[in-house]
Design a protein around this ligand. Structure first.
Ligand code: ADQ
Length: 489
């Protein structure tokens, strides 16, 4: 029996992600103030015209009382958001524990946290149980709001158990899952105690997407080697049922960045930055303060460059903007201290009474300040040890039409596959190589900068977040329709 397919313009897209794209602050017993975060994913999905998007996720706050929950649900509904309420214990075990302490480092080839290895191994089972429970809670909310003909798009490593929960409810639900991080080599995934259960659950989806072809290939290898299933050019087959697996590289809303550079406040801010750093080349790092971003390695490479190039010491400055993240997890607290210590040492070593070589900020910048900074930068340094894609590199390129600065980019970021021809690619673990590439970037001829920038700018302008979302969702739609046709024959 064929499921009724709604006309395209009325089809709803349920986007399920761990976090809703809002920050919620409680103002009173039954009042909340909400701020929508205008990230790439939000504008990408708002831009998908054929679908009416609804968000389902955790609002990032603990709301134990019913009055508060009702009020928040009502306030969120106006923003087309539907909350999943998670209590503190679940957040601790599922989010801080299984997601951020186990899956995140493992998927980025960092293994388990060194010092806590045995402790983590011991708490693994209870954290995995909490992970499944949390995923089931997301599934319950999706199921409650699902209407026939909706498309459900699950996001990221937090929700690997969700496709199975959803299909258990309703096998006709169109379910897609997209991973924003790398998917590691199957040899890494093999070490995860829950390796098979997670793979099987993801395979319940109709379409599984990754940023790069390599990640998709790793996933298919994990399914063939660990589960003994068959990998085909289309995806993974299990007893005649195909799960389509493909690469969908994300992009940014490049026009939003390009337009920002015409805003008077941004122009004024750029002028101030240029005056502030007159006579010096500006190097920039913008990252969440996370071990995957390779911030200590980047700063050590910069130190090496200063060490070997005395003539540059008063002519270059590194601005490192590192927004704190996951501050409840001890590994992240240690990283913050480590970075502060290295920056302090280098500034002590190469600073003068009037200037220091590194300005390190532990904070996020607002959108306009960030655009101004991208635009006045001569060299951007993205040295992730692993990174699903890395949108900072895209944002920098979008803001460089006037300056045509150089991008130094880790070969271990997904973006290396798309911006590799324009960037200087480096192995971030090799600080001698990164130091040399800093010299190469600072000395690069205008002609070569122009040529490299053209390549990257064209890519960033044509491969947008909106196109990414449209491609994924339309492929997801087709996949399911195909499956239904097969059933109806
Ligand atoms: P992230 O690890 O968060 O994303 P990234 O893709 O670089 O990495 O996106 C970070 C975003 O946060 C950018 O839009 C950037 O502007 C903003 N940001 C970072 N630091 C900031 C600061 N100090 N101030 C203001 N804004 C800041 C995950 C994966 C990536 C993948 C994306 C999207 O880890 O590999 O590219 O999802 O899929």
């Amino acid at each position: 029996e064929r499921q009724e397919v709604r006309p395209y313009n009325r089809q709803r897209l349920l986007v399920v992600a761990n976090r809703l794209p809002v920050s919620a602050v409680r103002r009173g017993e039954d009042s909340w103030s909400l701020e929508i975060s205008a990230g790439g994913l939000v504008s990408a999905l708002l831009g998908v015209k054929e679908f009416e998007a609804r968000w389902i996720g955790w609002a990032g706050v603990n709301v134990p009382d019913e009055v508060g929950q009702k009020a928040l649900t009502k306030a969120l509904a106006e923003k087309r958001c539907i909350p999943v309420f998670l209590d503190e214990e679940i957040v601790h075990q599922y989010y801080n524990g299984y997601c951020n302490n186990i899956l995140w480092p493992l998927f980025h080839y960092l293994g388990l946290p060194q010092e806590d290895r045995l402790a983590t191994t011991r708490s693994f089972q209870s954290q995995f149980t909490a992970y499944k429970k949390a995923n089931q809670m997301f599934a319950d909310v999706v199921n409650e709001h699902y209407e026939e003909g909706d498309v459900v798009w699950c996001h990221d490593y937090h929700l690997m158990f969700l496709p199975k929960c959803l299909k258990d409810y309703n096998s006709k639900m169109k379910v897609g899952w997209f991973l924003h991080t790398p998917f590691p080599s199957s040899e890494i995934h093999r070490t995860l105690p829950s390796r098979s259960e997670l793979l099987r659950s993801v395979l319940a989806a109709d379409l599984v997407g990754f940023h790069t072809y390599d990640y998709a290939r790793h996933f298919v290898s994990a399914c063939t080697r660990i589960l003994g299933l068959e990998g085909t050019p289309e995806g993974v087959e299990d007893q005649g049922r195909l799960t389509r697996v493909a690469a969908f590289p994300i992009g940014i809303d490049s026009e939003r960045f390009i337009r920002a550079l015409e805003v008077p406040d941004v122009i004024q801010h750029m002028k101030e930055l240029k005056e502030r750093f007159a006579g010096r080349k500006v190097m920039l790092g913008v990252d969440r303060l996370d071990m995957i971003k390779g911030i200590p390695q980047k700063i050590l490479a910069f130190e090496k460059f200063l060490e070997e190039n005395a003539s540059w010491r008063d002519k270059v400055v590194l601005l490192q903007i590192a927004v704190p993240t996951r501050t409840d997890v001890s590994e992240y607290q240690k990283l913050t201290s480590q970075v502060h210590e290295i920056v302090g040492r280098i500034n002590g070593r190469f600073g003068t009474l009037t200037q220091v070589p590194i300005h390190h900020l532990d904070r996020s910048l607002d959108f306009y300040a960030l655009c101004a900074l991208y635009a006045v930068t001569d060299v951007a340094l993205v040295t992730s040890l692993r990174d699903g894609m890395n949108l900072v590199s895209y944002e920098f390129v979008a803001c460089q039409e006037a300056k045509k600065g150089v991008l130094i980019l880790s070969e271990f970021a997904g973006a290396a596959q798309s911006l590799g021809a324009g960037a200087i690619l480096v192995n971030p673990w090799n600080i001698t190589e990164v130091a040399a590439s800093i010299g190469q970037a600072l000395n690069m001829s205008p002609e070569e900068r122009e040529k490299r920038h053209r390549h990257n700018f064209h890519h960033v302008k044509t491969h947008t977040a909106q196109e990414w979302a449209e491609t994924f969702v339309s492929e997801l739609n087709d996949t399911v329709i195909e499956a239904q046709l097969r059933i109806s024959k």
